[in-house]
Structures are given as structure tokens and as C-alpha cells.
Design a protein around this ligand. Structure first.
Ligand code: SF4
Length: 439
């Protein structure tokens, strides 16, 4: 079979609810979201990210929510309603992608809420595509296995490109050059992922070649590396952290204030979901079950794919190594929020803050939506995390779509990070100057 040909196994069947519809995906970690849309297209489903959020997003999201809901709900709802406002909108040919879960917070309510708003507005025909995190985001009809693996590869690759961007952009000689390379690389990644390769192996070969080309572009980008620029780890609620609109482009603002950012990646969340699934199986006495076996196989395949990609970037990510297993993060969180008793992003955020401190970073920021339960719990714990880890500055930045003096707060935080940098006990492994010069 030729590349580009859709086999029956790869094609979403006419009985699938997404058949013949255009799926809109929330604009979260936009490179990764675009890559996931490309994976859907490889299955014969038309898909794209929602258009960039703007003030109309907040107007519509605010109009159809009470103000008690989480900020990510308001933004995603507003973005979907903007799609509905388009003249070409056809409810019978539209689907909205909204993940769901049964965690301890309000995330599980997003899908029913979106459904109720759509129904109230007379759009009962719009389908909500809601793969659940408890099922590893895998309930995608007959093409589930292909979607799950393709989506995983999309997220791994998306994280790699974001990491390359963030470790280059603060040092670029020509303003905008790193963003251009990133955009070019994301476009190429999407072209690879939307191609229905006959075998998983051939997709992986194409993916690796594409990432190597991206690596070459970033390595030849002229940079002026400065080892004294503070490196700030950014954790927090996944949507707000990865949606530039929602966090008012905090990462870029930190860079403009003189910092470099290590943004907690997307894949860590999936690893946490997988670990949580095992914990639940253990609690229900189902450690030896078909479900556990299938989760083990999925974990094994995902780990293999991830390692295969990351192996190519060992040199590039020297000093930026992610934990090999999410258990390392959970162990870091153990004294504060033991994973057997606490659940949700707060565990990962607290654990990663500890990991960042020991990796020699100069500060940690937790990006959370205003009133987010995870952010509030984290904020209560961070002073102790900081005390136990050499006094590393950690602070929450909350977002709800209103204005605040972000520049002033960022400036103060970066100064704190500079002060801490001079006295920190864990030294950071910085890229060598020779490498940085050609990087
Ligand atoms: S993590 Fe926070 S913002 Fe997200 S759904 Fe839960 S409470 Fe809301």
C-alpha cells in the first residue's frame, strides 16, 4: 500500500459519530493541538484547532457561564461558540473535541456543561467528541489504537519542538527567528502525522526524520547564550499553562523580563493519568485483570516511542532532562501530597517544583486559573516546598481573563530568582559554550 492511501483499518467508519464532520480541538499547546488534529485527519476525519481566542471568546464564554466555572471552561466554551457564529457553521457537520475525566475537580463537568449550552442554543446536532482520561483518551471508535498511538507521538513531538523553542528563543540574535523555525517545524510535523502510513514503524521513521530536520534548524540558529539568565520552571493547571491566550503569554513575558523558561510538558499529564489508572486498579483489587494488562501494554508502547524520540535529543536537552518515569515526580511530592491519598494536578505540580529545585533551576511559577482547586492546594504547600529546597522562589500566578499588573509581578519574581541563583545549593547543568555557540 502506498503512503497516503487510507486502509479500511485506518478509516473512521461511516457509523462513527465523527464521520463526515469537522472536529474542532481546543487551542491548548497550539503546536501539540495542531499535531493531534493532523492525527485525526490521517484517520479520515476533518479536524483543526479552533481559531485563535480573542475578546469575543471571553464575551461569549462569559455570556453562557455563571462566573463560578473554571476559566478554561469559559475560554473553550467561548472558542466553540465563535465557531458557531461563523457563516459556514453547520451543526450536522460539526464536532467539538473536549476531553473529560472523573478527577477530584470540576474537569468532569465540562462536557455536560458544554452539552447543556449547545442544547439550550438549539445545536443538539453538534457532536461532542469526549475521549476520557480514564480510558487513556482511547475511545475513538474502531480506530482507537491508531488514534491513541498517533496522538501520543503527536504529543511527544509537540513537547520536543516546544522545548527546542524555549531553550533558543531567549538567546536568539534575530528577533522572531526561533518562532519562525518553530512554526516551520510544526507545519512539517503536521504533514507527517496527517499521512496515513501503512505501518506504525514507517510513521515513526518519518517522524524522526522530521524532528531531526527541526533539530538541525534550531542548532544552526545564531544564539548568544548567557548562563546567568535565570531558568524558571513553569508548572500548573494544564490548559491555562499551555494556552498562551489564557495565561496572557506569561512565558514570553518572562523571557522579555530576562528569564528562560522550562515549561512543564504535556506528556507528563498523560503519564500521571496512566499511573493513576494503575493506582485505581490496585485499590479495586484488579491489579491482575485484562484492563491492567492492556494498560501495561499501552504504557510499554508509549514509553518505547517516547524514548526512541528523546534518544535523538540527549545532547540538545543536556541539563533539561525530564524525569524518566512520572514516579520520580510522585516521589518528590510524597512528603507533601502522597499520590496514594491526593489526586490531581496538584500532586504533579508540587512534585515537579521539587524536581526543578534539585535540577538547579532558579525559580518556579505555578500558572492556575483563578479559584482552581489544584492551584489553591499547591499555593498552601509551596512555602514548605521552598523551605525544604534551599529557599527557591515559588509563586502562583492566577488568571481569569481580567487585567492585572503582570509585568510588575513578573519583574519582582525574576529579581527574586536572580538573588536565589547566587546562593542556590543545587547547580544547574548548562549547555556547554561550544555547543551553545552552534545550537
Ligand atoms: S484543574 Fe482547576 S481549572 Fe481545571 S477543572 Fe480542575 S479546578 Fe477547574
Amino acid at each position: 500500500m502506498q503512503h497516503g492511501e487510507l486502509s479500511e483499518r485506518r478509516r473512521v467508519p461511516p457509523t462513527h459519530p465523527l464521520y463526515g464532520r469537522k472536529v474542532y480541538i481546543p487551542r491548548m499547546a497550539q503546536g501539540s493541538a495542531r499535531a493531534v488534529a493532523a492525527v485525526m485527519r490521517s484517520l479520515g476525519v476533518d479536524a483543526d484547532v479552533v481559531p485563535p481566542s480573542d475578546t469575543r471568546t471571553l464575551e461569549l464564554g462569559g455570556k453562557y457561564s455563571s462566573g463560578d466555572e473554571c476559566y478554561p471552561l469559559k475560554v473553550t466554551l467561548g472558542d466553540f461558540l465563535r465557531v458557531i457564529e461563523r457563516p459556514e457553521f453547520d451543526a450536522k457537520k460539526t464536532a467539538f473535541f473536549m476531553a473529560t475525566g472523573q478527577g477530584p475537580c470540576r474537569f468532569g463537568q465540562y462536557v455536560p456543561y458544554l452539552r447543556s449550552v449547545l442544547d439550550r442554543l438549539g445545536h443538539q446536532d453538534v457532536v461532542i467528541c469526549n475521549p476520557s482520561c480514564e480510558q487513556g483518551y482511547s475511545d475513538f471508535g474502531e480506530a482507537s489504537d491508531l488514534f491513541t498511538r498517533g496522538m501520543w507521538r503527536a504529543l511527544v513531538a509537540g513537547d520536543v519542538l516546544m522545548k527546542l523553542l524555549l531553550k533558543s528563543r531567549p538567546y536568539e540574535v534575530e528577533a522572531g527567528a526561533a518562532d519562525r523555525i518553530y512554526e516551520e517545524s510544526v507545519q512539517e510535523l503536521c504533514a507527517v502525522l496527517e499521512t496515513p502510513y501503512p505501518k506504525d514503524e514507517s510513521q515513526m521513521i518519518a517522524l524522526k526524520e522530521c524532528l531531526l530536520r527541526a533539530r538541525r534548524r534550531f542548532r544552526t540558529l545564531p544564539l548568544e547564550f548567557d548562563a546567568t539568565r535565570p531558568l524558571i520552571g513553569v508548572v500548573g493547571e494544564i490548559y491555562c499553562r499551555l494556552s498562551e491566550f489564557s495565561n496572557r503569554d506569561l512565558v514570553r513575558r518572562l523571557e522579555e523580563a530576562g528569564a528562560e523558561v522550562w515549561l512543564n510538558d504535556f506528556c507528563e499529564w498523560i503519564w500521571y493519568i496512566n499511573a493513576d489508572q494503575f493506582e485505581k486498579l490496585r485499590l479495586h483489587g484488579r491489579r491482575i485483570s485484562m484492563e491492567a494488562l492492556s494498560a501495561c501494554v499501552r504504557n510499554h508502547i508509549q514509553h518505547k516511542d517516547e524514548q526512541e524520540v528523546l534518544a535523538m535529543f540527549r545532547e540538545d536537552f543536556l541539563g533539561y532532562e525530564e524525569p524518566r518515569r512520572v514516579q520520580e515526580v510522585l516521589e518528590c511530592a510524597e512528603p507533601y501530597l502522597p499520590a496514594c491519598g491526593a489526586n490531581g494536578e496538584m500532586v504533579v505540580n508540587v512534585g515537579k517544583a521539587v524536581y526543578f529545585a534539585r535540577k538547579g533551576l532558579d525559580g518556579v511559577i505555578d500558572i492556575s486559573p483563578f479559584t482552581c482547586m489544584n492551584g489553591i492546594v499547591g499555593e498552601a504547600i509551596y512555602p514548605r516546598v521552598s523551605r525544604d529546597n534551599g529557599g527557591i522562589p515559588i509563586r502562583n500566578f492566577y488568571f481569569d481573563g481580567t487585567q492585572s499588573d503582570l509585568e510588575r509581578d513578573i519583574g519582582i519574581f525574576v529579581e527574586l530568582a536572580r538573588t536565589y541563583q547566587k546562593r542556590k545549593k543545587w547547580k544547574r547543568e548548562v549547555p556547554s559554550r561550544a555547543f551553545a555557540a552552534t545550537f
